[in-house]
Write a protein of this length. Structure first.
Length: 72
């Protein structure tokens, strides 16, 4: 993931909504260096694709066969 590095001074004057929208649109993480030496990372979260629907059948009694008492 690409990153953009800025100081807190460089961010002054920008609206929070604008900064967050830019991160979301570009997919680029934003690293902010604070004056006291701290660092904050703002990164977009990728959305998960839906799980596929698989064709097939589940046989009757499958659960009992797997979790039933062991045969002796």
């Amino acid at each position: 993931m690409a990153e953009k590095i800025l100081s807190l001074e460089e961010l002054k004057g920008q609206q929070v909504e604008q900064v967050l929208q830019e991160v979301a649109e570009t997919g680029e993480a934003l690293i902010v260096h604070l004056p006291g030496g701290g660092v904050i990372r703002i990164a977009p979260v990728s959305s998960l694709r839906p799980l596929p629907t698989l064709e097939g059948i589940v046989p009757e009694g499958w659960k009992d066969a797997l979790y039933g008492s062991p045969s002796r």
